[in-house]
Design a protein around this ligand. Sequence first.
Ligand code: ATP
Length: 239
Amino acid sequence: MSDDTGADGSLLRAEDLSVSYGKVAALRGVSFSVDDGEFVAVIGPNGAGKSTLCDAISGYLDYEGSIEYAGTEVRETGHVVEDGLIYCSESRNLFGNMSVANNLELGAYRRKGNVDERREFVYDLFPVLEDRKKQLARTLSGGQQQMLAIGRALMGDPRALVLDEPTIGLAPVICDDITEALAQIHDEGVSVILLEQNVTFAMDLADRVFLLENGSFAREGPPEVLEDDEYIRDAYLGG
Ligand code: ATP
């Protein structure tokens, strides 16, 4: 694991970041930073730009402005995975016809370090994955598939874990399991960048929260402050 950080000591820093799809502006000059070991959540409704933000941070999209990860501009490296920035996308991208165990092994591709130890951590976090390690990924329930997607990301030994809407479509009881797992991952010292529509889920976990609306940040602050914000209460927390 590298100890590199940006000039201001942050692990990830976006400045005046804009992304457009043709004439559609998806991100409009957003700036934020994430410290080593910090848990930052970006909440926002459908179409706010959350997935675009994940894709840009992870090096999948061209952007204007700057995104620095571990002191290096993302567009210049083009290989953030090797430096420990691991993206768990909304679509999960599992290999449905491969076993749970083999999906996990693929997460360690291009990463060094102790794979056995990481596999053990994943199985401790999500015991159902060990119980079902020989099962094909496509035969798992939605919640188990989400656990496998997070587990596979952990096999990459993340320094920063980017999660796009991990609770989408999941039952509340499964969301509780994911909450516990993310809290434990954070306790291990991993920086987490969580993009979520599920505001209460995000607020329970994050050190700092940003509200993204229409490609710009409308609010930012610690969850205990934003929970009392009248606009957030009315629009996102049911009054
Ligand atoms: P959701 O929760 O629905 O996934 P989101 O907050 O992740 O939404 P994005 O998917 O980043 O939002 O979309 C931001 C904006 O960019 C939306 O207006 C969307 O329609 C538009 N957009 C996203 N992808 C494309 C694309 N490939 N081509 C054109 N417009 C796009």
